[in-house]
Write a new protein. Structure first.
Length: 562
């Protein structure tokens, strides 16, 4: 099955973060898409503002991270007050910031309103020739022998315009209320949580923008908490409040909502005004029961818990669905190009569903601890371990990863393999793990112009990293790479810091010297032997092998033409 450039073979139903990331991944690979959304426009709202380090790495691969870094806010310390008091009760971080390291250049979560994240993704989509068809609803679809036929309904000048079209692939990225999911009859497993809240954006005077500000009084008969967090816009704060109130009434009457928060804070020096956006939020912890069904690929079905006591960085839904989309995107691109069998897409579900289920467990655990901290004085910081940064998320059990250095018994349960990477280990990355960065790599031919692995990785290609001191050991591997489909694999020879000779190597796309020693160290490669690390387009280690036969074996699981 190969793509017809004149006719998009992929329809993406939903222009949220997961739909946009999928579209960007496909367009970057030269795969035309159509992406639709029922919305008329996309407000710059704050929900889904916490972006975890692993997601930042994927945005780097897509080329969107620098735009996000230009406007984001760091995870700020929280100042906690009692109502009516100016002096804070305490100031603390919910997650202490850490310094970047050579292998983890983006170690801290950032805050960027989901509306702004989507705005940046849309701008990059347009640069690649993509466009979102707004006010367009997927009304019906049916499977055919070659794909799917859809009925689209467009709102134009107050009238419905109906279009029938055919595609090879339909991907539903339209969230928890997905019409794709409902028509497929897929259940949305999980539970509704009892707490709920009101959140939105308003303007605040009299508060600094270097902290989050939180007022608590759990004995109050009405509102029990107000949280005010500065945003990307000067003077504009995200707010969250809840308690024993009539939520619907306060959302409908914004002046009542403002006055209720003023009455609770009891601070005349703080001015609250001009609510831009306010919604009642009822937390859900649910996940779609399947990730794929024949030619229909529902993706990104998450609606995550968020209560008046939770914080935005606890919400993993955006992060997990973005990672879903990236995982699906590179695989679907290969299938559309006719380079991989459609069966490769089944590994999307095999890899991502266990991660999403664990994400639900993690979020529910955070929710419980945060609620206990509010009602019983427990320590909420223990809920947020480093694992929520998702840098340890792995697919060691996946049928398409190959590890000759540390073989994994893939008959073990996924739970035993620890999909979130919380259990630690010897520090040597396995096949299925995140591929670390390594800076200070110098191109041998030029002898200057240091680069890093993250600037070599990307959504359009695998990388075969050949760690060796003797160039002759690289030749059989490079010859094996030459037999793979063109422009799908980048071959990189990396010499150790201690190598006395660093000659160029025929057939290699890049020949680098690890002058700072980071690459050999972080990948656990001895300087006196040859180790091959194969990284996937999603920045995951697909294989760790010792020669050309291992390289051939790995790519037989990816390409149908090998």
């Amino acid at each position: 099955m190969s793509a017809d450039p004149a006719s998009p073979g992929v329809l993406i139903g939903g222009a949220g973060p997961s739909g946009l990331v999928l579209a960007l991944t496909l367009l970057t690979n030269g795969i035309p898409v159509r992406i639709i959304d029922k919305a008329r426009d996309f407000p710059l709202v704050q929900r889904g503002s916490g972006i975890q380090p692993r997601t930042l790495e994927l945005f780097h691969y897509l080329g969107t991270l620098s735009d996000m870094q230009a406007i984001y806010r760091p995870l700020l310390p929280v100042v906690e007050y009692k109502p009516g008091q100016v002096e804070p009760v305490k100031t603390s971080y919910m997650m202490e910031p850490v310094e970047p390291t050579p292998d983890v250049p983006y170690p801290n979560p950032i805050l960027l309103g989901q509306g702004y994240t989507q705005q940046i993704l849309r701008a990059h989509l347009e640069k690649l020739g993509g466009a979102i068809e707004t006010e367009t609803e997927l009304r019906h679809f049916g499977q055919t022998a070659d794909g799917v036929t859809v009925t689209l309904v467009k709102q134009r000048n107050g009238e419905e315009v109906i279009e029938t079209a055919s595609f090879r692939w339909l991907v539903g990225t339209d969230g928890g209320k997905s019409g794709v999911r409902k028509q497929l009859g897929l259940s949305f497993e999980g539970q509704a949580l009892k707490e709920h809240s009101i959140h939105g954006e308003l303007y605040v005077e009299g508060l600094d923008a270097d902290h989050w500000h939180r007022w608590l009084d759990w004995q109050n008969p009405t509102i029990v908490t107000v949280v005010l967090c500065p945003t990307e816009v000067k003077g504009q704060f995200f707010f969250l409040t809840g308690g024993h109130v009539n939520y619907s009434e306060l959302v409908e009457d914004q002046e009542k909502l403002l006055q209720a928060m003023r009455d609770f804070i009891k601070r005349d020096d703080i001015k609250l005004s001009n609510i831009r956006h306010a919604v009642e939020y009822r937390p859900q912890a649910r996940i779609v029961e399947k990730y794929n069904l024949a030619v229909l690929m529902p993706a990104g079905f998450y609606k995550m818990p968020h209560t008046c006591t939770a914080r935005r960085e606890d919400r993993h839904g955006l992060n997990t669905s973005v990672q879903d989309a990236f995982n699906l995107g590179w695989k679907l691109a290969l299938v559309e190009k006719g380079l991989a069998a459609p069966s490769l897409l089944s590994t999307y579900s095999e890899e991502r569903l266990p991660v999403a289920k664990r994400m639900i467990q993690e979020t529910l655990g955070i929710y419980k601890v945060v609620m206990d901290s509010a009602l019983q004085g427990a320590n909420a910081s223990k809920a947020r371990g480093a694992h929520i940064k998702q840098l340890g998320v792995n697919y060691r059990w996946s049928p398409i990863v190959l590890d000759e250095r540390n073989p994994v018994d893939k008959q073990q349960t996924v739970d035993a393999l620890d999909v979130y990477g919380k259990l630690g280990g010897d520090g040597v990355p396995r096949a299925g793990d995140r591929a670390p960065d390594a800076p200070g790599l110098v191109e041998v031919k030029q002898g200057s112009g240091a680069t890093r692995l993250f600037d070599i990785f990307g959504p359009t290609h695998h990388c075969v990293l050949i760690f060796c001191a003797d160039a002759s050991t690289a030749r059989p591997v490079l010859e094996a790479v030459q037999t793979l489909p063109p422009k799908t694999v980048t071959s990189v020879v990396i010499y150790p810091q201690t190598a006395s000779r660093k000659p160029p190597v025929a057939y290699a796309d890049l020949v680098l010297a690890d002058f700072e020693g980071h690459a050999f160290k972080v990948y656990g490669c001895p300087a006196d032997s040859t180790t091959i690390v194969i990284t996937r387009p999603d920045g995951v280690i697909g294989g760790t092998v010792f020669g050309d036969e291992g390289v051939k074996k790995y790519f037989k699981g990816i390409f149908s033409t090998v």
